[in-house]
Every structure is written in structure tokens, then in C-alpha cells.
Ligand binder design. Structure first.
Ligand SMILES: *[C@@H]1O[C@H](CO)[C@@H](O)[C@H](O)[C@H]1NC(C)=O
Length: 223
């Protein structure tokens, strides 16, 4: 009986959150994928990636600075070298730095110096992945050829869909997720317990996420 009550409650909660997903939740969004894509392309176009002097870090910092000048320093974290963390999820391993995290949105730079491949996860959020350097391959289960995203292109992974994806060595992207962000977090954390046992990374990730969600909610009044 208790078990059935819990299932009914979870069902109602899910139904209610799904209704809010298209009504109230978007009223909290401050980012939009089109503007982010334009900001990224503006920065990317200033760099010649075939030049031996090209340094991807300089470009990533520039992306962060452009975002901060567009959205305000209080919403976009500084590019702090020590705030890069590993992320293991869906069998893929990458590196990320959190630029913004709130309850309804996150904005991160995600990529891999080594290269990675895995499952995107199925999320209660829409995900917009703009390639900054390198590329991403992605495919739905019925696709026999991958979708290929190059620098400046945005890959939209819709709520509830899953793909296999891969990024070759040295690929980095700006990732915007909009939706019920707390529902996405278990996907990002659980590999610690089933696989990596890297509790230091888990601690850093939880700390950096909670710090930013708290700051945005309390100081900025941003849900
Ligand atoms: C980019 O750099 C390469 C190597 O230095 C050079 O050959 C090429 O002309 C440059 N392209 C542009 C568009 O500046």
C-alpha cells in the first residue's frame, strides 16, 4: 500500500513537472540557444585554428568573457583553472568547467583532451551543445550514419531522447541545458559509486554546482 502511494505520488509529481516544463519553467530562463550560438560563432571566427600559434585555452577564456559581458559578471563564473573537473557519465569521460548553474539552467564548457564516447543520458531538459573546437558525432538508435557537428554548430538533444555520442581528442563545446536540472544530476554523479570511486571529483562537482545554484537563487534571485 505504501509502495503504491509512493508510485502514485511520483507519477503526479512527474505529471506536474512536465506541465510546468512548457509553462512556468521557461519564464526562468535567461539564456537561449540562438544567442549562445551567435556569441560562440563571433569568438570562433576571430581564431585561425590551423595556425601553429592557436591556443584553445585562449579561445575558451574569450568565450567565457563574451558571455560575461553579454549576461553580466554576476551570472557567469570566472575561468578558474582549478575549477575544471572530470565528468564520468553514461560510459563517457570528459572534463568540464561550470560557467552557470541554477535550478532551471546550466551552462558549462565540456570536452575532452583525450577524446570520449558514450551515452548522452535521458534528461528532463533540453540540451544545446555548441561545438567550439573539434567535433561531435551523435546518433539515435535507428541512425546508421552519425550526425556530425563541427565548430560553430549547435546539437540539440531533445528532452527524453538518448543518443550515442563521441568527441575526438581535443574537442570542446559550450553546453546549455534548460529544464529540471536537479533531475539531471544523478546521471552526472552515479558513476562515482558504480565505477570510478573518485570521491574527490564528486565532492568538487557537488560543491561547485551547489555553490552556484545557491548563489544564483539567493543573491541573483534566479531559479
Ligand atoms: C591560418 O594560418 C595558416 C598557417 O599559419 C595560414 O597558412 C592561413 O593562411 C591562415 N588562414 C587565415 C584565414 O588567416
Amino acid at each position: 500500500m505504501k509502495c503504491i502511494s509512493i508510485i502514485v505520488l511520483l507519477g503526479l509529481l512527474g505529471y506536474y513537472m512536465n506541465t510546468l516544463y512548457t509553462t512556468w519553467l521557461p519564464t526562468n530562463y535567461m539564456f537561449d540557444p540562438k544567442t549562445l550560438n551567435e556569441i560562440c560563432n563571433g569568438v570562433i571566427s576571430q581564431y585561425n585554428t590551423t595556425d601553429s600559434k592557436f591556443d584553445v585555452k585562449v579561445m575558451l577564456k574569450d568565450i567565457r568573457n563574451e558571455l560575461a559581458s553579454h549576461y553580466g559578471e554576476e551570472y557567469i563564473n570566472k575561468y578558474v583553472e582549478e575549477e575544471w573537473v572530470f565528468n564520468n557519465a553514461g560510459g563517457a569521460m570528459g572534463q568540464m568547467i561550470i560557467l552557470h548553474a541554477s535550478i532551471s539552467e546550466y551552462l558549462i564548457i565540456f570536452g575532452s583532451a583525450v577524446g570520449t564516447e558514450g551515452h548522452t543520458g535521458v534528461h528532463f531538459a533540453d540540451d544545446y551543445f555548441t561545438i567550439l573546437h573539434g567535433e561531435q558525432l551523435a546518433a539515435l538508435p535507428n541512425a546508421l550514419e552519425p550526425e556530425v557537428y563541427k565548430a560553430g554548430q549547435t546539437h540539440h538533444l531533445r528532452k527524453g531522447f538518448a543518443k550515442q555520442y563521441a568527441m575526438p581528442s581535443g574537442s570542446f563545446a559550450l553546453e546549455l541545458a534548460q529544464g529540471w536540472i536537479p533531475c539531471m544530476l544523478p546521471f552526472g554523479f552515479l558513476d562515482t559509486f558504480s565505477s570510478t570511486l573518485d570521491v574527490y571529483t564528486l565532492y568538487r562537482t557537488v560543491y561547485l554546482t551547489a555553490r552556484d545554484m545557491g548563489k544564483n537563487l539567493i543573491q541573483n534571485g534566479k531559479f
